[in-house]
Structures are given as C-alpha cells and as structure tokens.
Design a protein around this ligand. Structure first.
Ligand SMILES: NC(=O)c1ccc[n+]([C@@H]2O[C@H](COP(=O)([O-])OP(=O)(O)OC[C@H]3O[C@@H](n4cnc5c(N)ncnc54)[C@H](O)[C@@H]3O)[C@@H](O)[C@H]2O)c1
Length: 416
C-alpha cells in the first residue's frame, strides 16, 4: 500500500519528536512542511531526510502545501488552531484532496473553539485524529494486556491516579495563559485526564464509554509566582506573572459511571510545572479489585551518573530525557523516548485509519470531550465547588465558558 503523504504545520519541539516517531513506522511519508520561520522548516525537512521519512518540500502556506498531501498534522501553538483549520477547509473547498487532519493535544483552549474545530472538519468531510499519545504508551497497553484476565474475573479498575509533571515549558507562548489556554491544567491536564479515564475503561469498550459524572479540582501558583522565579520568567520568556499569572499546579478528581453496570469509578489527576526532579515524569497508577499496576517513566532501565569533575563535558541533557533539569548527578536515560510516550503508535493508527477512509481511534469528537472535562476542572477550581456534569445547565454553561485564567485574569483566582 502507498504510504500516507503527510504535510506538517509547525517545526518546533513536537514536530521534531514526531519525525523521530515516523522513522519507526512504514505507513507515512512526510512530503511537505510549513512553519512560521522558514529556517526551522528547512531544518525539520533536513531531519526528515536524515531519518528517511521523506523528502519534504518547504511551503510558504497551508494553501500552497495542500495540493501535495493526503493528510495534514497541526504541530503549531494552541492559539493558531481555528485559523489553521479554516485555511485547510478552504483549501479542500478549492479542490485539495486532503483526507484527514491530525491535531496535537489540547484540541483547543475551550469548548467553543473545540466544537468549532469539529464542525469545520465535518463541513469538509475530513477524517480526524486527536493526538493523545498517552493512550498509546506501550507500558499502558502492556499492563492492560497482562491484566486482561483479572479484569475479566474481578472487574475493571476502580481508581486511577495519573500525573504529568515537569519543571516548566520551553517556549514563551506556553506560559502565556491567553495564548496557551491556561497553565499546567490546560497544557497537561488533557493528557492526565484522558489517560486516567482510559485506564479505568473496561477492556474492549470505546474510549468514550465511561460517562463523566462530576469534577472537583484546585489550581494554584506555587513556585513561579514567588518573586525570584517570577523575575526569572520575565527575563527568560518576557511573561509577567504579576499581571497575567497561570497555574503551575493543578489537581482534581473525576467520577465516572459505567453505563452498563451503574458502577462509579474515580480518576485523580495532578499536573505541575514545578516538578524538581531530573525531567518529565508520567505516572499512572491503577487499582482494580485484587490487582494493581503502576507506570513511572522516570524509572528507566537505564541510569547514568555524571560527577562534578565530568560535568563540563555534558552537551545536551535533553537528549537523555524530555524537559531535563540537570546535567550531572544520577540521571535517567530513555533509549527510545518517542516510543515510550506512544508517538509511533498514534501515527500508525492515524495513517491506517486515514488510508482506510475512517477516523482514528481518537477522533476530534473525543478531543472535544476531553476539552469539556478540562474546562469543568477550571470551573470547579474557580468556583470552589464540585461540578455536576449530569446537570444540563452546567453542560450548557461549559459551551461558552472561558476560564478567568485564560482571559488573563488569573490573579483573581490564584492569589486568593
Ligand atoms: N503530545 C505531547 O506530549 C506534546 C508535547 C509538546 C507539545 N505538544 C503540543 O504540540 C503543539 C506544538 O507545541 P511545541 O512544543 O512543538 O511548540 P513550539 O513552540 O516548540 O513549536 C511550534 C512551531 O509552530 C510554528 N508556528 C508558530 N506559529 C505558526 C504559524 N502561524 N504558522 C505556522 N507555524 C507556526 C513555530 O515557528 C514552531 O516551529 C502544541 O499544541 C502543544 O500542546 C504536545
């Protein structure tokens, strides 16, 4: 079968990671790249050639790239989503034979934007893939397979705890709550909420099987609001957390109902940009009746030690692990981080789906549901109450709700 000809939009952090992932599968060929900075697009094209994932041309716009691709992947910042999808839909109307669109997490900054994206894709009859890599993590799929007999005899998991934490993002726009959509909750809560729900979902059931019932949450600015760290943010990224702060810590609890048995199950989530360890850590821990599992991505089979005397020779700590914060001492190394996080498998799934003319395992309608849960968590934190997701008035409110933090009014929430 011919590979899927993929056009990539954005040439930053995740685009590079995804090119590494594409080198591990056969069904995708990168044929085009568009990015705001041409030099970055050229560098990504060079990387794609070196990894043998294609010989992409660099284009000046989505419209120029559209006639040369089968599918398009959006790896640009969150605030560009709607504009970019409008441009793609316009290109399809003008005759481009694009079959599907991939969108990185989060699908959107709020429910209104997410719904607009879903409607736009439907209007152009485009198949969709929402890239939530954590559902494709091999440690997760392996434990699900291993514990399948226990699920069968004892019942599905009843409590899951999931966390994604690191020391803070790499680009200024992530720290700006208006452009990004919030702080750690918008950026990473979407991951932890999705993977928590998935780990609770009885095997064989679809990812939207469990019905969300209620959400409680708290958000806080614990580290990056302190004067010395606030100043560092200002100097490094030009972001002023005195004026427009976002949360660097979020935690919450979501209750789901099994629509067949009526059983209630719970997922705790925690996300932070104030994690003082070697680098990014993903934690997923689950309990079923009589069984349990735990995934901790900082517990690699490979560790290295670099003493003070040898520290000057360290070139790039982030080659060892994403969001590395240290370049000496005892360090975690992952030999294939893209695979650990599930990137090759989410690409293989999307390519197979688009080539067969269907949506990926996680379509944008699923991304919309995750956006609703993230927004419900902001609402719960803002109003300091449990949000009842079965209440039609709450569901209606979420359609137009924009968290105060996302509006640039974070001080009203975070300093009380
Ligand atoms: N799945 C994951 O774990 C994961 C990890 C990191 C980022 N992401 C997501 O991927 C997306 C991109 O994040 P990133 O870390 O790569 O950001 P980044 O800032 O490193 O890269 C963004 C890229 O988009 C380009 N860009 C900006 N505006 C553009 C425009 N108008 N047109 C074309 N290109 C434009 C930038 O020049 C840059 O190359 C975000 O939505 C983020 O949430 C997901």
């Amino acid at each position: 079968m011919q590979p899927l000809k993929l056009g990539i939009v954005g040439a930053g952090f995740i685009a590079k990671f995804q090119v590494q992932a594409l080198a591990q599968i056969r069904s995708v060929e990168v044929t085009g790249i568009v990015s705001r900075t041409r030099a970055h697009a050229e560098a990504l094209a060079h990387m794609a050639r070196s990894c043998h994932v294609g010989d992409p041309a660099v284009y000046d716009s989505i419209a120029a790239m559209a006639p040369h691709i089968d599918a398009i992947a959006l790896y640009a910042p969150n605030y560009m989503r709607v504009e970019m999808v409008e441009e793609i839909v316009e290109a399809v109307r003008r005759g481009a034979a694009i079959r599907g669109i991939i969108c990185e997490k989060p699908l959107a900054r709020n429910v209104a934007e997410a719904r607009r994206l879903v409607e736009l894709a439907e209007s152009a009859n485009l198949r969709t893939a929402y890239f939530e890599n954590q559902l494709f993590m091999k440690p997760l799929t392996a434990q699900l397979a291993q514990l399948a007999p226990q699920q069968e005899t004892m019942g599905p998991p009843i409590l899951v705890r999931s966390a994604e934490e690191h020391g803070g993002p790499h680009e200024p726009w992530f720290w700006d709550p208006v452009r990004q959509g919030g702080g750690a909750l918008c950026d990473m809560g979407c991951h932890s909420i999705a993977v928590g729900r998935h780990a609770l979902t009885p095997q064989g059931k679809p990812p939207d099987f469990l019905v969300p019932v209620s959400v409680t949450a708290e958000v806080a600015l614990l580290k990056w609001g302190l004067p010395v760290w606030r100043q560092r943010l200002l100097e490094r990224f030009g972001v002023d957390y005195d004026k427009t702060p976002a949360e660097d810590f979020a935690t919450g609890l979501i209750t789901y109902r099994n629509p067949e048995s009526g059983q209630l199950v719970k997922a705790q989530f925690t996300n932070s940009w104030m994690f003082e360890k070697q680098g990014l850590r993903l934690l997923v821990e689950g309990m079923g009746p009589g069984y349990a599992f735990e995934i901790n991505t900082l517990a690699s089979s490979t560790q290295i030690f670099i003493g003070d005397a040898a520290a000057e020779a360290v070139a790039d700590a982030e080659k060892a692990i994403e969001k590395a914060t240290a370049s000496r001492g005892l360090l975690t190394v992952h030999h294939n981080e893209a695979d650990l996080y599930g990137y090759p498998d989410e690409n293989a799934d999307a390519a197979a789906a688009f080539l067969a003319g269907r949506d990926a395992f996680l379509p944008w309608s699923y991304g919309l549901e995750i956006t609703q849960l993230v927004m419900a968590a902001y609402l719960a934190a803002e109003e300091r109450r449990t949000v009842d997701l079965t209440d039609p008035a709450v569901q209606q409110r979420l359609e137009t709700y924009t968290p105060l933090i996302q509006q640039g009014r974070g001080a009203e929430v975070l300093s009380r």
